[in-house]
Design a protein around this ligand. Structure first.
Ligand code: ADP
Ligand code: ASP
Ligand code: MG
Length: 474
């Protein structure tokens, strides 16, 4: 029995019209596959909205913690209107319409109650943030399942709190795969056997004791691949608002092109280094089980999109794509006295770890006389403090001359499996930046050897992306 998981991102379910299109895609998939599972994000921003649903929920909960009750009441009204308009647009049966409206209404009153408690407490915990920010997916799954039923497809909404079991690292919870596999199969296989399409909430999960969690922003992609792996799906199709994975973010490079085939490793590198199109963890569960992933456009489903497979041919040149992470800082620990002194690197990274900051890139230069690494800009001040504290003695004795921070930096990464194997690619990348007068502050070749990352000033980041993009072959 063949099985496909179809994941729809926020834009793909942003309003009634988009949901109708999802129903058409699900029906077409039903003609080629024995079993179809749908995973949905919260409704995204339609042309008349200021922001997407998940962002509204987060703003409401944060302002509630600051004592503001107006914002969350307003958000509740706006979300009620947006979801009701979708319900009215996709459900024709009056009873069904009323039933789904009531379910959404119940979720929204839960939202209001949670925000009211947050306001009374005057603070918001990561646990409460997860309970609130996951409500968008719960509303969307109910409406989308009804939209499918309205189009003659037997469908049922399923909350992933029942099937994706995670640890309690709120806001970025890690799935516990054995429990997830067991729960997912127990809940979804009987539905599939009965000819029902499960419409599962992306983004959310729950701890073993049932407390709601989220997989991190953009996590619906990850949900779909976890479910695909748990069910041993034949393929996972990730529907978004562009024609697949492109040679660069089309918002930065308007002439970016769709990449036909990528290896899982290349995709991981792209996602980890900033390509928003897929959550960085999406590939991992699929690589392990050898399940291919297609990235497609729900507004242009005829386009073949991008195929991501374990062992792709290297047909599209050394530099396949370029990506950027903005708002990072470059920290340098330097000093002549460091040379040959054991343990400096270890202590540096332990100090960073104490601040709960993850290091995005490391490079060591000048024969052990300096270590530099990149962290999110928001963490720069606390990391600097911690390092000064850790190396107080060495700074006093001038064994370490300098702990410096360049705050407004960006990581620009050229991705392609053949980069490491093709002589001269790093040189061409650096020359391309040099030709634009862009200074490179640090360089690292990824350990996976399928990318080269350069640190440049934030002000130069878009120009750097465009300069490297010119090296991708058409
Ligand atoms: P969804 O809501 O469907 O998950 P996202 O907004 O999370 O969609 O991701 C899709 C967006 O990612 C695209 O609209 C595009 O602007 C952006 N993006 C960034 N880098 C790339 C890239 N290399 N290829 C395609 N899209 C990219
Ligand atoms: N709705 C969630 C977010 O905005 C998850 C997702 O879109 O993938 O982060
Ligand atoms: Mg996304």
């Amino acid at each position: 029995m063949s099985l496909v998981v179809l994941k729809f991102g926020g834009t793909s379910v942003r309003d009634a019209q988009a949901m109708q299109q999802v129903a058409r895609i699900a029906r077409t998939a039903g003609a080629s596959w024995d079993n179809v599972v749908v995973v949905t994000s919260a409704m995204g921003k339609s042309p008349t909205d200021a922001i997407k649903v998940t962002d509204s929920l987060l703003i409401a909960s944060r302002t509630a913690a600051e004592g503001d009750s107006e914002t969350f009441h307003r958000v509740r009204r706006e979300l009620a209107d947006k979801h009701q308009a979708a319900i009215d647009g996709v459900i024709t049966n009056p009873d069904e319409r009323q039933r789904i409206s009531q379910e959404v209404e119940q979720l929204l009153s839960g939202f209001e109650m949670l925000c009211a408690s947050v306001r009374v407490l005057g603070e918001i915990t990561p646990r409460a943030l997860d309970a609130i920010s996951g409500l968008g997916e719960r509303m969307a799954a109910r409406i989308l399942a009804a939209a499918l039923r309205n189009n003659g497809i037997a469908a049922q909404a399923v909350d992933a709190t029942e099937i994706i079991i995670t640890n309690d690292y709120y806001q970025s919870a890690a799935p516990l795969m054995d429990a997830t596999r067991e729960k997912t199969r127990a809940r979804l296989l009987p539905l599939l056997a009965a000819g029902i399409v499960p419409v599962v909430t992306g983004f959310i999960g729950a701890t073993a004791s049932g407390v709601p969690t989220t997989l991190g922003r953009g996590g619906s992609d990850y949900s779909a691949s976890l479910i695909g792996a748990a069910l041993s799906a034949d393929e996972v199709h990730n529907y978004t608002d562009v024609d697949g994975v492109m040679t660069a973010d089309p918002r930065i490079v308007p002439d970016a092109r769709t990449i036909k085939v990528l290896t899982g490793q290349e995709m991981s590198e792209l996602a980890f280094f900033g390509a928003q199109v897929l959550h960085p963890m999406t590939i991992a569960p699929l690589l392990e089980s050898g399940i291919p992933l297609r990235v497609k456009n729900s507004f242009n489903p005829q386009h073949p999109g991008t195929l991501i497979i374990h062992d792709a041919a290297r047909s599209e040149g050394a530099v396949k794509a370029v990506t950027v992470i903005d708002q990072v800082s470059l920290v340098t620990v330097a000093g002549r006295g460091m040379k040959g002194v054991p343990g400096i690197a270890g202590r540096t990274f332990m100090a960073v770890a104490h601040t709960n900051t993850s290091v995005l890139m490391i490079s060591q230069a000048s024969a052990e006389q300096s270590i530099c690494f990149v962290i999110p800009r928001a963490a720069a001040t606390k990391v600097l403090h911690e390092l000064e504290h850790e190396f107080n003695r060495e700074l006093g004795h001038q064994e370490i001359d300098r702990i410096g921070v360049m705050e407004d930096e960006a990581i620009v990464t050229a991705v392609g499996k053949a980069i490491a194997e093709t002589p001269g690619v790093s040189g061409r990348v650096c020359t391309a930046l040099g030709a634009q007068g862009i200074n490179i502050h640090a360089i690292a070749q990824g350990s996976s050897e399928c990318g080269i990352s350069l640190i440049v000033g934030s002000k130069d980041s878009r120009e750097a992306v465009r300069a490297i993009h010119a090296l991708t072959s058409a």
